[in-house]
Design a protein around this ligand. Structure first.
Ligand code: EMZ
Length: 384
């Protein structure tokens, strides 16, 4: 029987035969680029494949109908992209600092202690969502109590249960952010809002709209992605107790394990780009103004790059995965995400003997003819 934690690769055949796959998305079709080399090439080529299209359009499924706020630096092309990125880069490296790490250890330790006392834990709602929301207070440098509000928003800030894009839900986030920005203008502190409000690009202060653009991205980009990574990790260690033992005995492998789990799960399936000219990928015509999808998931299973690509090789040493994207737009939150997984694994090693899956419902994403398991809609476990 297939393991519950296993995630198969639906793109293999198309990747080998054509190099691309087609899907529709709200009548704005996407040509998905599937091979590792092609994905990297297109991601690198920001002149032909732009991010600075209409806000929301490079996200698949497209968010053009539910938002008009440009996310920064994510939906901006060079050279302006670099200006913004330089502003936020240091802030997003704070997860490497000792007190950040200690605070994260305290948060995750307490949460694991709590779930250990329960007979059954629904991992997404009772563990991963809480973990992500609490950890985010560190990234924002705001009081822990804010996480209560964020938890109430559920696993995705732009989608309601059942995955439908939801404009009303987006407005809850926007109103919240507008309010926080006003509060920081009145009362500047040491939080992300205040830091952004005080910073300058090209010799002028960031506008409120720009601050909002960075903040929206901080809320949305690392939400379902981290929740899926954490949930999939719990499922994986539940079915592979020996892997947890191995890391217990050889903690020097933890960093390799993190990269490998991220490669294998690839929480973000793909990211779109809009072609600025008529061009082609794998002899497949791409018309100016249409979209391609940089399919990280497929690239991360490319057998010409990864030996035993469909297995978790916990101590994989050479691992040029693209789960955090590639090139100019590589993931700003990657340091935070990696630190979360590191502390999670260390905490499991210390406190947990075994995890038993009681029942699980898969979350399957449909991309044209392809069906991809992203993770779970729900998964109940018992921590021992
Ligand atoms: C966007 C995206 C960023 C998008 C790196 O990914 O994440 C998605 O979950 C959001 O819906 O708006 O932030």
């Amino acid at each position: 029987m297939m393991e519950k934690s296993a995630i198969s690769d639906p793109f293999e055949k198309a990747r080998l035969e054509k190099g691309v796959g087609e899907m529709d998305d709200q009548n704005d079709p996407v040509t998905m680029v599937l091979g590792h080399k092609d994905v990297r090439k297109c991601a690198h080529n920001w002149k032909t494949y732009q991010s600075g299209a209409e806000p929301g359009r490079i996200v698949i499924p497209s968010e053009v109908n539910i938002r008009d706020i440009r996310q920064i630096p994510f939906e901006v092309d060079p050279p302006m992209h670099g200006e913004y990125r330089a502003l936020v880069e240091q802030w997003f490296k704070r997860p490497l600092e000792a007190d950040y790490q200690a605070a994260l250890e305290k948060q995750i330790g307490a949460l694991v202690d709590e779930v250990l006392t329960k007979d059954s834990v629904e991992v997404i709602k009772e563990f991963s969502l809480i973990l992500q929301s609490r950890a985010l207070t560190l990234l924002f440098n705001v009081p822990f109590s804010e996480s209560e509000t964020w938890i109430s928003w559920g696993t995705h800030v732009f989608r309601s249960e059942g995955n439908a894009l939801d404009g009303d839900k987006a407005n809850i986030l926007y109103n919240y952010i507008d309010n926080e920005i006003e509060k920081s203008i009145q009362n500047p502190g040491k939080d992300l809002y205040s830091v952004l409000l005080a910073s300058e690009v090209n010799g002028r202060k960031l506008t409120k709209e720009e601050v909002k653009g960075v903040v929206v991205l901080t809320f949305s980009g690392g939400r379902d992605t981290i929740i899926n990574a954490v949930t999939n990790s719990i499922a994986y260690f539940s079915e592979h107790p020996k892997s947890l033992d191995k890391l217990r005995k050889e903690p020097e492998l933890i960093n390799f394990a993190i990269e490998e789990l991220i490669r294998y799960f690839s929480p973000l399936t793909q990211m779109g780009r809009v072609a600025t000219e008529d061009t082609q990928v794998c002899e497949h015509a791409i018309k100016a103004g249409t979209r391609i999808g940089l399919n990280w998931v497929s690239a991360n299973r490319d057998a010409s790059v990864f030996e035993n690509a469909n297995e978790v090789v916990l101590d994989r040493k050479i691992n040029p995965h693209v789960a955090f994207g590639f090139g100019t737009h590589n993931c700003l939150g990657a340091t935070h995400a990696r630190q979360i997984l590191k502390v999670l694994i260390k905490t499991l090693i210390k406190k947990v003997n075994s995890i038993e899956i009681l029942d699980a419902k898969e979350n399957i994403e449909t991309l044209g003819e392809f069906k991809r398991k992203v993770g779970f809609d729900s998964i109940n476990v018992k921590f021992n």
